[in-house]
Design a binder for this molecule. Structure first.
Ligand SMILES: Cc1cc2nc3c(=O)[nH]c(=O)nc-3n(C[C@H](O)[C@H](O)[C@H](O)COP(=O)(O)OP(=O)(O)OC[C@H]3O[C@@H](n4cnc5c(N)ncnc54)[C@H](O)[C@@H]3O)c2cc1C
Length: 318
């Protein structure tokens, strides 16, 4: 029996939502395999460790001035020392900018196999079997590692966030952080105040078929606001400047997994579908009955969105 170890992600004293998802995954994996769930928190103080302990029963807190800011060197060296000191079965890291930056370095340093971008886990014949999307989400594949330990990065939004509970145990651990070859000079927030649609439960997304910025507002944004959800867009809409990049869904945008996704006037290109095929219910409105979006839609409406959306809003009003 060993630990399924989450490496917590935080910035400016704030724990990421992705870490709460990792806690959920680690607990599920621990339960299916007879292991235990734990999290390692690397920081310059132990304030975040206390926060993480609300989501997972055991927290290992590694404190070092060199861990004040995330760096791949700092995190991978700290992770190596925690993994080697404790009984760790595998490591779970968020598939975000930081996670993909240092996960392979952790795997390499402990000689473990790595599977990146997983969205499902099963346990069969004493081994974890990880599922992930390949070819921009057109196919899925299942992978296991041959090594004793494993490292996985977990797709954002593929699991729900763990709910906060009572605080678990926090143990201080020594982290041997030596040479850190990079220095974070400044973190520039390019989408200040922008919403994180990856966590939204309801998304209305619009494509090029919404015609222009004004009509995108009058249909996609209006319907999203009426349903108290978020609005998103295809890349065509973002490239045209009708909304900002923080709302782009797809391969080069956000991965979302809402309970309800309503797609208006978008074709369903694989690069878009890669970011939203995890939605529980997909409603598509497109005037072309052959549009690929209908291949993955739960409900399809073949029609002109400029007639369908006002009818939807009218029905909601009544
Ligand atoms: C490397 C790479 C990365 C990419 N990353 C992304 C990404 O992250 N996200 C993304 O979305 N795309 C991405 N793309 C672009 C992608 O290939 C498509 O070009 C894009 O998704 C198309 O956007 P769309 O569906 O809005 O437009 P279109 O494909 O032009 O579709 C418009 C649809 O609107 C329908 N329509 C028109 N008028 C109406 C109407 N009145 N009522 C109802 N329906 C109507 C049409 O029938 C059509 O199906 C990427 C491409 C590349 C090469």
């Amino acid at each position: 029996m060993g630990k399924i170890l989450v490496i917590a992600e935080h910035r400016d004293g704030k724990l990421s939502d992705g870490t709460k998802e990792l806690c959920k995954v680690a607990k599920e994996m621990a339960e299916m395999s007879g292991n235990t769930a734990a999290a390692a928190v690397f920081s310059a103080d132990d304030a975040i460790a206390k926060e993480v302990s609300k989501y997972i029963p055991e927290v290992l807190s590694g404190v070092d001035a060199k861990l004040a800011q995330y760096t791949a060197d700092g995190y991978s060296q700290a992770a190596k020392s925690v993994i080697e000191a404790g009984d760790v079965a595998g490591v779970v890291i968020s598939h975000g900018y930081d996670g993909v930056d240092f996960a392979a370095q952790v795997a390499m340093s402990i000689g473990a196999g790595i599977v990146s971008g997983i969205n499902k886990v099963e346990f069969s014949d004493g081994k974890f079997v990880f599922t992930r999307n390949i070819y921009n989400g057109k196919l899925q594949e299942q992978r296991s590692v041959k090594t004793d330990k494993f490292v996985v990065t977990v797709e954002k939004g593929a699991w729900d966030k763990e709910a906060a509970g009572s605080e678990g145990t926090i143990t201080s651990v020594d982290v041997a952080v030596g040479d850190v070859r990079t220095t974070v000079k400044e973190v520039i927030e390019t989408t200040k105040g922008a919403v994180d649609i990856s966590q939204a439960k309801l998304i209305v997304a619009g494509g090029r078929g919404t015609k222009d910025a004004e009509k995108y507002q009058a249909t996609v944004v209006a319907l999203a606001q009426k349903l108290k959800g978020e609005y998103g867009a295809s890349r065509a809409v973002v490239d045209a400047g009708w909304t900002d990049h923080a709302r782009q869904i797809g391969q080069s945008g956000k991965t979302v997994a809402p309970d309800l996704y309503i797609g208006l006037g978008l074709s369903g290109a694989i690069q878009h579908v890669a970011g939203m095929k995890g939605a529980k219910c997909i409603v598509a409105v497109n005037k072309d009955p052959e549009a690929p979006i209908f291949n993955i839609a739960t409900y399809g409406i073949v029609g002109d969105l400029f007639e369908v959306v006002p009818a939807m809003i009218e029905a909601l009003d009544s």
